[in-house]
Design a protein around this ligand. Structure first.
Ligand code: CO
Length: 175
């Protein structure tokens, strides 16, 4: 089921999400709904707080490249579901143009670590470790930021941030 997306500057986006303690049906429904919502909005990742749930839950589904035409580039089974993720290693730095379903239509370059190693639980509570130094590394850092109440535009320089706030106000008035 598609849920409603929480849009900036909604105060809920500032909440620090709480650890998940029970890996039950309710969690599985949340994860399934998050996938439906992410697909409906053409996203590549989503944190639970973006549908108003302050729990340390996120999903990422990076579109497949070079697949036959007409085939699904973000199949459900390719979804990385991360519960209570923790960055246990990070190094290097890289810049990447990011967007966010809670700040629709805005794309800005953000600096992050190039390589991260993340420990997390899957939907059944099993522990895993994953590492990456490509697009997935960026996506994990972006989504984990949401669990800490941070949105990517807060990482912009003072001047860029001012420009963004002005533009955002204008857009919200127009809609
Ligand atoms: Co986001």
């Amino acid at each position: 089921m598609v849920r409603e997306i929480v849009v900036y500057p909604d105060k809920r986006l500032k909440l620090v999400s709480k650890p998940v303690e029970t890996f039950d049906e309710e969690l599985h429904t949340l994860l399934d709904d998050m996938y439906d919502t992410m697909r409906a909005k053409n996203g590549v990742g989503l944190a639970a707080i973006q549908v108003g749930i302050d729990q340390r839950v996120l999903i990422i589904n990076i579109p497949l490249e070079d697949i036959p035409e007409g085939e699904d580039e973000q199949p459900r089974e390719n979804t990385l579901e991360m519960i209570n993720p923790v960055i246990i290693e990070k190094d290097g730095s890289t810049k990447f143009q990011e967007g966010c379903l809670s700040v629709p239509g805005i794309y800005e370059e953000v600096e992050r670590a190039k390589h991260v190693k993340v420990e997390y639980c899957d939907r059944h509570g099993e522990k895993h470790v994953i590492e990456d130094d490509d697009f997935l590394a960026i996506a994990m850092q972006h989504e984990i930021d949401h669990l800490e109440g941070r949105v990517f535009i807060e990482k912009l320089s003072f001047i860029k941030r001012k420009k963004f706030e002005k533009e955002w106000k204008k857009r919200r008035k127009a809609s």
